[in-house]
Design a protein around this ligand. Structure first.
Ligand SMILES: NC(=O)c1ccc[n+]([C@@H]2O[C@H](COP(=O)([O-])OP(=O)(O)OC[C@H]3O[C@@H](n4cnc5c(N)ncnc54)[C@H](O)[C@@H]3O)[C@@H](O)[C@H]2O)c1
Length: 340
């Protein structure tokens, strides 16, 4: 059976996507270098799917090894490329680390496949910056990136678009994620932030379990109904399912061109304060939070127009904020009892 290569498949979104590919009947090969993940995720994946994952430890920046890997795995019919560094703050401190990893890995992969492959690329709604019109559509202008990390996503999209324009054998779908949160309903896999989480939901769960102090709400003076910043939170399992839909669209040659872009969100925005209250309501845990100053680089509000994904991918997010909060909390409790 043809297989899907999942790079970064032991990471947060990659691991959930491995499960959904398995559920949809795909064979899967994972590569990861564990630079931001834990080998124990492989055991967890086996517990969920009942199948030992096919896994290769590999740094995708190593061109010779990537070539060798692809040469040996002629049964790969598509690639979902998650592997990248993603910490915005660190990217400001160490831009070259981010440009090197996020570009070399992408270019090495495409080159190893001789520019002849179906590829799904992890992009981000950060490419929109603060959009002029909400909900933001895929054809909204790309704004100047706020960080080297954001810039790697913008430039990677350009690399892919320009290469596709002259290479019909390369078929690419860029998926612009909004804010992935939550965890698998089994609580066996979820997000594993290294250090102090920069994102709201992992900070909330770590604060609730006592690993961190009070939550800081960065700004309550934005032009939003309750003054706190608004994002489009999407359950990671819904996000994972969208990757299966993207692979199926590429395989069935339904794409309108060999380079397509889709927003992956719920189409609804939630404020920081709404998320805090939703967590309290759905878990029964009381949170301790204070209002702080706005955080540099944060935008006021963004949520996605997801009509194109619904129409062309036949995909829609189904899980609500309560489920996002409950699953994230169950994962945090699992980690407390079963430290990685
Ligand atoms: N999580 C988010 O909020 C978010 C939002 C938008 C886009 N994205 C993008 O989605 C993708 C997946 O994100 P995630 O949250 O699952 O991140 P993650 O860090 O949990 O997963 C990425 C995985 O890639 C691996 N990796 C990194 N560099 C590698 C290399 N050179 N060779 C092999 N493996 C390598 C890491 O070890 C990790 O397991 C990334 O490209 C990220 O930029 C994430």
């Amino acid at each position: 059976m043809a297989k899907i290569l999942v790079t970064g498949g032991t990471g947060f979104i990659g691991s959930h996507t491995v499960v959904e590919l398995h559920n949809a009947g795909y064979g899967v090969v994972i590569v990861d270098d564990f630079s931001n993940s834990n080998p124990k995720i492989l055991t967890q994946l086996e517990k969920i799917t009942g199948k030992k994952p096919e896994f290769y430890e590999l740094d995708l920046c190593d061109e010779a090894k990537v070539n060798d890997f692809v040469k040996k795995h002629t049964d790969i019919s598509g690639v979902i490329h998650f592997a990248a560094f993603k910490a915005v703050g660190e990217s400001v401190q160490q831009p070259l680390k981010y440009y090197r990893n996020n570009f070399y890995s992408l270019i090495n992969l495409i080159t190893a496949f001789n520019q002849k492959v179906n590829l799904v690329f992890s992009s981000s709604c950060t490419v929109y910056g603060q959009p002029d019109v909400l909900p933001v559509t895929e054809d909204a202008p790309v704004k100047k990136a706020e960080s080297p990390y954001g810039n790697t996503k913008q430039i990677a999209e350009e690399i892919l678009q320009e290469t596709c324009a002259v290479t019909p054998s390369l078929k690419v779908t860029s998926l612009r994620y909004f804010n992935p949160v939550g965890a698998h309903h089994t609580a066996l896999i979820g997000e594993l932030p290294i250090g102090v989480p920069q994102n709201l939901v992992p900070f909330i769960t770590q604060s609730a379990i006592g690993k961190r102090g009070p939550i800081t709400v960065y700004g309550d003076d934005y032009s939003t109904p309750d003054g706190s910043a608004i994002r489009d939170y999407i359950h990671v399992v819904d996000l994972a399912k969208a990757h299966v839909a993207a692979i199926q669209r590429l395989e069935s040659e339904k794409a309108s061109s060999n380079y397509e872009v889709f927003n992956l969100g719920t189409g609804k925005g939630s404020s920081v304060l709404e998320i805090i209250h939703a967590f309290e309501k759905s878990t029964g845990e009381k949170l301790n939070y204070t209002i702080g100053a706005r955080r540099e680089g944060d935008i006021e509000q963004v949520w996605g127009n997801v009509e194109k994904s619904a129409r062309d991918l036949g995909w829609k997010a189904e899980l609500d904020i309560d489920e996002m909060m409950r699953s994230a909390w169950n994962w945090e409790k699992y980690l407390k009892d079963n430290p990685f």
